[in-house]
Every structure is written in C-alpha cells, then in structure tokens.
Design a protein around this ligand. Structure first.
Ligand code: ATP
Ligand code: MG
Length: 472
C-alpha cells in the first residue's frame, strides 16, 4: 500500500506530544455551550475517499498528529474534490493541536500568518497547511485572539471545537472532514447534500459572512466556475450591494485570488462567472469599463487568451501572470493611448502614459508584482512596432526578449481588424524564413513605415509576405 501507516514515521518526527489531547473542547471550554451541530458520520464504506488519492505528505501529517493523541482531519477543498472524484492540488489539515503544539511535532514546520496563525509542514515542494480548529466564542485573551472592525475580521486566532470550526468555514461543501482515525467523513452542515445538488450554500447569514470577509464573494464565483456548481440565490443576492467592499480587501490577497481564478485551469469559466455575478468591475474596473463600451473584439481577445491559458495548463505548460493581465487590461490601455495620440501626444509617450495609468489604477485593487507589470508594459509597447516592416526594425523586434509574448498577443488581437489579422500572418510567416531570405524581402528604407512608429493602426499598404509570390 503506497500510503500505509509506515509512511507516517518520517525523519521529520521530533518527539511525542507532552500530553494527550483527546478532549476536542479543551482549547476553549466555554465553547461547549455554543453552536454544536451534530455531524452526519459517513463511514468509510459509504464514501469514495481512498488514501491512495491523498498525498503521502498529508497522510504523514495526519498520522503524526493522530499518534500524538490529537484529532486530525483532512478538510476543505481536498475533501470536497476527492468526494467529487477530482485530484486536489493541495491538502489542508485541521486539528485540535495549537500551532505551537504542531511545531513541536514536526521539525519541518514553520508558523505563519498573523491574521490566521497556521502551521506549514514542508515536504520538499509540497506544503501541508495545518490549522487549529477556530472557535466562534468571543474569547478575550486566553489561547487566542480575534479582532473585528466594522464587521470585518482582521484577526482570527480564537481556538475552538471542530463543531465551531465547521460553521466558520465559508461554504457547506467546504466544511467536510475526513477523519484519519476511522476514515469516515463528518458532515456538520449539510455539505454532502450540496455536493449531490451541485450547489454552493454559504454557511450562516450571507451578508454577515461577506461583511466579515468580502473575498468570500470571489470564492463563490471561483468555486462555482471550477466545480460547475450553481450559487444558491441567497448567497449571490448580496453581491450587488456588498461587492464594493472588495475594494477594501488587501490588494496582495486579491492578487493571489486572481491567480487562483485565472491561472489554475478554469480561467475562462471564472471570468464568465465573475462577469455574470457582477463582480468583475470591483476587481478589474478597467476591464469592465472597456467591455461596457461594447467592444466585441476585446471580449474575443480576452476569452481566447483565457482559453489558451487553460489549454496550456491542461498540457502542463508554463503560463505567466504578466501575459494574462496584459490581456485583461489591453482594451483600456489601447483606448487611452489612441485618445492621447488623437490629442497630439507622440506615439511612444502615449503608450507609456496609458500603460502607467492603467497599471497604477489596477495595482490599487490587485497588487500585481513589479516584475509582471514590467513585462505587461513591454508586451503592450511592442504592439505598434509590429507595423514597422522595415529590415532593421524587423530584426530588432525579433530579437527582443519579449518578442514571443508580444507576438502571441498580436495573434490574439486578430479579431480587432482584418489588418491586424494580416499582420499576424505576415509575422508568423516571416519567422519561418531563413534570415537572408527575410532580409532580402524587406525594404531597407524607413520611408514606407516612418509614420507608423508607435502609432495607432492605420490603413497599411498591403505588403505580401516575403517568399509567398516567389519575390524572395
Ligand atoms: P481550492 O480548490 O482552490 O484549494 P479550497 O476550498 O480548498 O479551494 P482554500 O483557499 O485552499 O480553498 O481553503 C481551504 C478551506 O479553508 C476552504 O475549503 C474553506 O473551508 C476554508 N476557507 C478558505 N477561505 C475561507 C474564507 N475566506 N472564509 C471561510 N473559510 C474559508
Ligand atoms: Mg485548498
């Protein structure tokens, strides 16, 4: 058996816990009288979760905790996805051991987070997140702290029972626990029923839960897209009113959430769901504005960009956030650049200004790291240079480090106009020619192209791709 118990006895083991921890309420005894839903327990033979499909690292952590006398459950998306027959990309563990107790059990463990203190147990590239059951009790001091400002949870480190932990999770389908002690699944809030009905119900009062953490609205859209579930109307009703709260969410967190939406294999579905839920405008205001101008070519560019990214991920190829954000923001950058050029601003200057303006606005919402915004600006600023089909310029562009990305971007723009499509074909063909053949086919003079430098697409004199008519 590949993931047998022996796997648990790893070199990571340091020492047994100083005391057994059988009582699930020991961390917060006051909590015993608060919300304690009775779980439905689904025994091993009545569900499909097999240890074969759980990562070795997660099993090691679960067994180590269990052997030390703590409760140990697989929880969250991993349980949900395993029950749906999927292959989770990460495994989260919930336990009644405190982060410090977890740290004592694993040498390869680091404690992270202020808002949510967690233990990360590291196995090479894999990280198992171990969270202590979170409580609902308003406990001051003691074994944890919670801080709420205007309904928003800014810190949540009150430890509690598994029952409390369940009701603090976001969706019912995310509150299922796989118990390593007997391989059963515990369902405290009706998650199994929702998996059957393919629906996302928020636990508790939706408005309150969104005020506590507005990112839950994005999670609803993302999970509905990823799982092909519907969002319960009660959970989607507050989007319109409470969506603006997303503008106060931490931009760094929204960047992470954006990557999960757009770079995890379900980008196109996530984008459509975000739009359908009316949430896109809070995350990518410039994209929503450009789309509202009724630009169908832009929609086609975005949708094809996302579909290509999803396909690359499915094939195990690399993807860069820079390309994707360049796609999402292109409409606004292009329109602004053209507007400035129409007012007489020089082409290069207009593109640079437009890019800086759009990136500046976007980063207030979603903190795109600088290394990506630099690439985005390069991809955009290279676009007008594809029109300069003159010997030196063509070769200079082809050797630019960002040529490949910029060319792929040009191909996505094909729907913008027949001229752009033609340009894309010209460059695709040009890249296949031997250098001498291409050089011979290109004009050396700047006359034919001088006026297009960094300018808006203009009506180009049709130039036959070299070699096509035997001219080379
Ligand atoms: P994914 O498939 O993207 O990993 P996930 O549901 O596992 O989806 P994670 O961000 O890994 O998402 O979170 C793990 C679990 O933590 C969730 O299933 C849920 O139970 C809980 N959780 C995550 N974010 C929140 C939140 N904002 N509010 C309440 N519970 C949350
Ligand atoms: Mg997860």
């Amino acid at each position: 058996m590949p993931h047998g118990r022996t796997a648990a006895h790893s070199a990571a083991f340091v020492a047994p816990a100083p005391r057994a921890a059988k009582d699930p309420n020991r961390l917060n005894p006051e909590a015993r009288t608060s919300v304690t839903p009775v779980p439905a327990v689904i025994p091993r033979e009545q569900h499909v979760i097999s240890r074969k499909n759980i990562s070795k690292a997660a099993l090691r952590v679960l067994y180590r905790l269990h052997d030390a006398g703590y409760d140990a459950f697989l929880v969250g998306g991993a349980v949900r996805d395993l029950l749906l027959g999927g292959h989770p990309k990460d495994f989260d563990v919930a336990t009644n051991a405190t982060p410090d107790e977890v740290k004592k059990l694993f040498r390869n463990c680091r404690l992270i987070g202020r808002r949510f203190r967690l233990a990360h147990v590291v196995f090479g590239p894999e990280i198992i997140e171990v969270a202590t059951f979170r409580g609902t009790g308003e406990v001051e001091g003691g074994e944890g702290d919670r801080h709420i400002v205007d309904g928003l949870i800014v810190r949540d480190n009150v430890w509690g029972t598994i029952e409390e932990d369940a009701v603090r999770r976001d969706f019912r389908v995310n509150a299922l626990y796989y118990d390593i002690s007997d391989f059963s699944v515990r369902d405290y809030v009706g998650g199994m029923q929702d998996l059957d009905g393919r629906v996302l119900h928020l636990i508790g009062d939706p408005a309150t839960r969104y005020r506590e953490d507005p990112v839950r609205m994005l999670r609803a859209a993302r999970l509905a897209a990823k799982l092909g579930f519907t969002i319960d109307p009660k959970a989607s009703a507050p989007f319109e009113e409470l969506g603006p709260l997303l503008t106060d969410a931490a931009p760094a967190r929204l960047f992470d959430e954006s990557l999960k939406m757009f770079l995890a294999g379900n980008g196109l579905k996530s984008f459509r769901m975000l739009e359908q839920c009316g949430l896109l405008k809070f995350l990518f205001p410039a994209t929503a504005r450009a789309l509202r101008r009724g630009d169908e070519a832009l929609r086609s560019l975005i949708e094809r960009g996302l579909a290509n990214t999803d396909a690359r991920i499915a094939e195990g190829k690399s993807v860069t956030p820079a390309f994707l954000f360049a796609v999402l923001l292109w409409g606004e950058v292009r329109d602004l650049a053209y507007a400035w050029m129409a007012k007489g601003v020089d082409g290069n200057e207009a593109w640079a200004r437009a890019a800086a303006h759009v990136v500046g606005e976007q980063c207030q919402r979603v903190a795109i790291p600088r290394r990506f915004t630099i690439t985005m600006e390069e991809i955009w600023s290279l676009q007008p240079r594809f029109e300069q089909i003159q010997r030196k310029r063509v070769f200079r562009l082809m050797t630019h480090p960002r040529f490949r990305a910029a060319f792929d971007f040009l191909l996505l723009r094909a729907a913008e106009s027949p001229a752009i499509r033609e340009l894309g074909q010209w460059w695709a063909h040009a890249q296949q020619l031997p250098q001498e053949v291409l050089a011979a086919a290109l004009p050396a003079s700047t006359a034919a192209v001088a006026d297009s430098a960094a300018g808006a697409p203009r009506k180009r004199r049709r130039r036959k791709p070299p070699g096509k008519s035997g001219s080379a």
